[in-house]
Ligand binder design. Structure first.
Ligand code: CMP
Length: 832
């Protein structure tokens, strides 16, 4: 066979072998990576023995030749496998959670890498003759952890998701940090140990930060391209693969910053923003493609590296075994320092939740090392510039150490988890489980009964089947009543968590049905995710607070108001208002689905009382949203109408399109007919996705015409007055004038209403004015004036006030008369 033929043959033989391993690992209850290492190790030993020379068979001969020829160089590993490995993990991480826990994750990742490299480095440097830099280099190689084993067990055991994210995030960033450190130390080793510590740290930070920035920019660029590739899932997925590799190569090669960090960042950004840029279906497909690629990369690299092991470990001396043990102990100590000493500090600083000691022990013990460590060691071995004794030292120590973690920690991790009883569900989870079972068994029993009756199954046979179910139902019933009352609060929290997840789902459904466009969907999602996180962190209280915060005005809208008021730039305000309008409308739709969901789906799980509480909370949220919506609608009825028209149109389009899809799926119409029907549908609704424009209606001339004291003036005069007035919009509940402040302007209410906070309070509506007293008397403002809803005001500055009054005696008299009346009321108040 030719060389390429052999490589292909070798690779596919490995793939065939790999396909058998995941089920085998599950059956043996071993972490997959441990089994891979065992199989690779055995394969390596067998290949080096060349059994084909004993049993002459051309095919066997080719197989062993082939397996011998798929050796992997460290460069191939780094350029081919590493981007995939990193990108795949990064893509799957929940970035919001990662950001919430960024302090512990970064501590675990960056600080832990430094602690590990130092502990191992110093320990080995005192015990071996190889010098500090070489020992630190080794320390950085063994600082990368492979989370697969721990994460796998955490998932099965159902530890809080936050902890899983912590371990996943840690190992991801820690690979990045360790590789960046490794690269620098290798440079130092090659330059003969030159370079200052300060310089090294600076280079490390530069490389890390630069890499992160590069990854962010590239991923953002890719995300901006997705809308153009919409409807071509294969093209979109291809772009993600290009992104993984480009984000790795370009920064590293052309900008000399960390490609690893860049690749990880790009994966994180794509995983979080990609969801709203691609259709849900494409995103799922992409995840599937990446998980497949990740599986291949991880398995191949492990097998290939493990095949190397017998050769490296051949003739290992006792001293070398001593080094391996030392590395093992030093890394364990380093990890224990991080987890037991550093994390509690973070907890005390309020940066992370408390973790109990059993889980901490599992995290320390679960620090398995894997493919990345082996490959980095390989990079040193292949580097001819590194002195041979150092190469051997690193090769045997790292390989031996990785094997130890796999065989000792990997195999004993699960027994440890069992020993600590971490695999027992907590009482609330048990409660939910029992109720889920009860609900399901009740449904199944009912259905069996129906089928037996309608399809004439013998009564005896049906009864026999039902009695088995009944027995289980009895147990489930007894269990599900136990201790539920005690947990009502917890049940509300469980229910709210599920409800919040449902909210996120509804947002995606709206996006996919093209009922909302991406911008609004992103706002809705952000809000839904905030609520979800808040529930997780502080239950019912968190839910209420987050929901309230979600309806507040964001800094964006305040900035837009400022732009309009100060610089008369209107566009951002119009857009911000339009977005808020649409957001509230869609929010109402999302929330309205929550009530039936809680009643039909949550109630059987969490009980009537808890479900009623959730329904009550949801109703309160809906009310608040409706209030906010009404306030906007009162001010902008024309826009509200346009939005409603668009909304109904989009629903009609989605329903029609779904109906055609279902007809095609049920084979009633052919794919071709479906396409034609859909094309016609799209044509009918062209323009439906265009953004409705909101006119903030803040033209001074128009507003002046609405104020009675100006209305009867001729148009020329109105225009002259308009010139002196500044139109502005104020948000509901904002304080326009504050008691005690110096007055610099007065205001005419062109539309909306305000409340003057005096005793009893006075409401002023369209056409009335306020803020004149301070200008007339020179005294400070005598009351707070608060907007009752959205109000359009015309502000008249102090200096223009004098000018206007001088020009118009009628106006002057009118304002002074009103002011006098108000002052009298005030005096009556202050004297009475
Ligand atoms: P100024 O004192 O500049 O700021 C607060 C404003 O509230 C004040 O001007 C009046 O315009 C208004 N105000 C004060 N008291 C009353 C009142 N009793 N009735 C109506 N408006 C009032």
């Amino acid at each position: 066979m030719t060389t390429i033929g052999l490589v292909v043959f070798g690779l596919v033989s490995l793939l065939a072998l790999m396909s058998l391993l995941p089920p085998l690992a599950a059956r043996l209850r071993l972490p997959y990576s441990v089994l891979l290492a065992v199989v690779g190790f055995i394969l390596g030993a067998v290949v080096s023995l060349r059994p084909d020379q004993v049993i002459p068979s051309p095919m066997l001969h080719d197989i062993f030749d082939a397996l011998g020829s798929v050796e992997i160089s460290s460069e191939a590993f780094i350029l081919i496998f590493l981007p995939t490995l990193l990108f795949e993990v990064a893509l799957a991480i929940d970035v919001r959670r990662l950001i919430d826990d960024i302090a512990p994750v970064l501590t675990m990742a960056v600080v832990a890498v430094v602690i590990c490299a130092l502990t191992v480095g110093v320990a080995l440097a005192t015990a071996s003759p190889f010098g500090l830099v070489a020992c630190l280099l080794l320390g950085s190689i063994v600082a990368t952890t492979d989370p697969a084993a721990v994460v796998g067990i955490f998932r099965e055991v159902g530890v809080p998701k936050r902890l899983t994210t912590l371990v996943e995030g840690e190992s991801l960033l820690n690979d990045a940090a360790a590789i960046a450190l490794f690269t620098l130390l290798l440079e130092m080793q090659l330059s003969g140990g030159e370079g200052s510590i300060g310089g090294t740290i600076f280079r490390f930070l530069e490389s890390f930060g630069g890499g992160a920035l590069a990854g962010l920019i590239l991923a953002r660029a890719a995300c901006a391209l997705f809308p153009f590739l919409g409807g071509w899932p294969r093209a979109e997925i291809t772009l993600t693969i290009a992104l993984a590799y480009l984000s790795f190569v370009v920064p590293e090669h052309y900008f000399h910053v960390s490609g690893v960090v860049s690749c990880v960042t790009a994966g994180l950004v794509l995983g979080s923003t990609g969801k709203t840029r691609m259709s849900a279906h494409t995103f799922e497909q992409m995840e599937a493609v990446w998980s497949q690629l990740g599986f291949w990369a991880n398995s191949l690299i492990f097998l290939l590296a493990a095949m190397f092991v017998p050769r490296i470990m051949e003739g290992t001396s006792l001293t070398e075994i001593g080094f391996i043990l030392l590395v093992f102990l030093a890394t364990l100590a380093a990890r224990a320092i991080t987890v037991f000493a550093l994390l509690p500090l973070l907890t005390r600083a309020g940066l992370m939740q408390r973790i109990n000691n059993r889980i901490k022990t599992v995290i320390v013990w679960g620090g398995l090392r894997g493919a990345v460590s082996l490959a980095l060691a390989l990079a040193v071995i292949e580097n001819a510039a590194v002195p041979a004794p150092v190469r051997d030292f690193i090769a045997t120590s790292v390989t031996g150490f990785v094997l130890m973690t796999l065989f000792i920690n990997g195999i004993t991790l699960r027994p440890l988890v069992n020993f600590f009883r971490l695999n027992r569900l907590n009482p609330v989870a048990r409660g939910v489980r029992d109720r889920a079972k009860l609900m399901t068994l009740t449904d199944v029993a009912g259905e069996l009964n129906d089928i037996a009756r309608t399809e004439g199954v013998d009564r005896e046979i049906a009864d026999a089947a039902l009695s088995g179910l009944e027995a289980r139902l009895g147990v489930a019933r007894a269990r599900s009543h136990r201790g539920v009352e005690l947990m009502a609060d917890e049940m509300v929290k469980v229910g709210l968590t599920v409800a919040a997840a449902f909210e996120v789902e509804r947002c995606f459904a709206l996006l996919n049905g093209r009922i909302v466009d991406r911008r609004i969907a992103e706002m809705l999602l952000r809000e839904a995710q905030h609520v979800r996180e808040a529930v997780r962190a502080s239950g019912r209280k968190g839910y209420i607070a987050a929901a309230e915060r979600g309806l507040g005005f964001n800094p964006g809208i305040r900035f837009a108001l400022w732009l309009q008021r100060r610089l008369r730039i209107e566009r951002p305000l119009a857009d911000a208002l339009a977005d808020r309008f649409e957001f509230l409308m869609m929010q109402r739709r999302v929330l309205s689905g929550l009530v039936p969901f809680s009643r039909d789906r949550l109630q059987p799980l969490i009980g009537e009382e808890a479900a009623a509480e959730i329904i009550g909370l949801t109703a309160r949220r809906i009310e608040a949203v409706e209030r906010s919506l009404l306030a906007l609608k009162l001010q902008y009825p024309a826009y509200a109408a346009a939005l409603q028209r668009q909304y109904l149109g989009r629903i009609a389009r989605q329903r029609e399109s779904a109906a055609y899809e279902s007809l095609a799926a049920n084979l009633v119409v052919s794919g071709e007919v479906e396409r034609e029907l859909k094309a016609e549908l799209e044509q009918h609704w062209t323009g439906l996705d265009e953004r409705c424009k909101l006119d903030p209606e803040l033209s001074a001339v128009d507003l002046v015409g609405r104020v009675p004291i100006f209305r009867d003036l001729d148009i020329k005069r109105q225009q002259a007055i308009a010139h002196l007035l500044t139109p502005q919009l104020v948000l509901p509940d904002s304080v326009i004038v504050r008691r005690g402040e110096k007055g610099d302007a007065m205001y005419f209410v062109a539309s909306g209403a305000v409340r003057v906070v005096v005793e009893p309070s006075v409401e002023l509506g369209s056409g009335e004015f306020f803020g004149e007293l301070a200008l007339l008397t020179g005294h400070p403002r005598n009351a707070d004036v608060v907007a009752l809803g959205y109000c359009k005001l015309l502000a008249l500055k102090a200096r223009d006030f004098q000018r206007l009054l001088a020009q118009d005696a009628g106006l002057k008299a009118r304002i002074e008369q009103v002011a006098q009346e108000r002052l009298n009321v005030g005096e009556r108040l202050s004297f009475g």
